[in-house]
Design a protein around this ligand. Sequence first.
Ligand code: NDP
Length: 312
Amino acid sequence: MKITVIGYGIQGRAQALNLRDSGHDVVIANRKDKYLTKAIEDGFNVLPIEESIRNAEIIFILIPDAVQDEILITHVFPNISEGSSIIFAHGYWLNYESKKIPENINVFMIAPRFPGEQIRKTFLMGGGVAAYVDIVQDYSGNGDSIIKNMTDSLGFSKGGVINLSFKQEAEIDLFIEQFMAPTFFASAETAYELLVKKGYPEEAVCLELYFSGELGAVRTMMGRDGLYEGFQKNASPTCQYGVSSSRSALWDEDMKQKAEMQLERITSGKFSEELSDHKYASKVVNEFVESDIAKDIKRTEKKVNKIIKKYL
Ligand code: NDP
């Protein structure tokens, strides 16, 4: 099929390569910016967005969620042909802006659960990663077969295809990002501050907290074996007792209310409103990654990097 992939970043590159290897005629749409050269080096024809989609049967939207609205409204919708299909890798734009979709096109979500590197790696190994799919608008009436063709071509059919509405996909994903990830940052920062203040060597604290890669390895094992089985198979008896006896003491009703508060921020649209103000969002991120504690931790990470060798 004639496919245009808009964006050649984390998802764009992996998906474009898989689709081309599966026999499709793939072109890349990218502005004259840093990722353009990579697409050309990989042997793709790179065109301006408008030109790339005029003849496309399928268009993959693989640019960051926060810029999708502008690109779709300005470049894609005015030039797209009747009966073509747009495929999103995440339900984010759809969740907040789907009223803007023209009536005479197909729209699908194929949302892989992994970054591009694993998507490409598993494909080359003859497998694939799992993905959520949703038929959002089936103008041509053959949405099922288009999704099947694309998930087969991307390798996702081998990893497992699960039906999930774009709304739920977007909200679950945002919730994990806005509840579990900040909780991890907060606990790492708090532990670092406390232990260093009490005189423990900062390099050892940093290494122990996350920098050795052990934590990532444990999470990978939990992804393979299950949350509790992974824990019981891989943690020492001392660790198992330490975790089991502390869980309730650290997590009370207050945290459940905070979880609800974060979900409400997403479902009410407040989060997307904030994110669409690019200047405000980047100011908040800069303040976070340049805070006093962040600077302290980054300084320690540099010291640790001089001492240990990482092979991960
Ligand atoms: P990336 O940040 O890797 O996308 C980078 C690409 O977007 C580059 O080609 C870049 O081009 C282009 N781009 C960036 N800003 C603009 C802009 N303003 N106008 C035009 N092009 C722009 O994104 P991801 O691959 O991470 O995400 C793509 C989609 O996939 C999103 O919907 C995301 O939610 C979804 N997704 C991502 C996953 C992941 O692991 N990252 C997992 C599952 C889904 P250049 O800078 O050269 O202009």
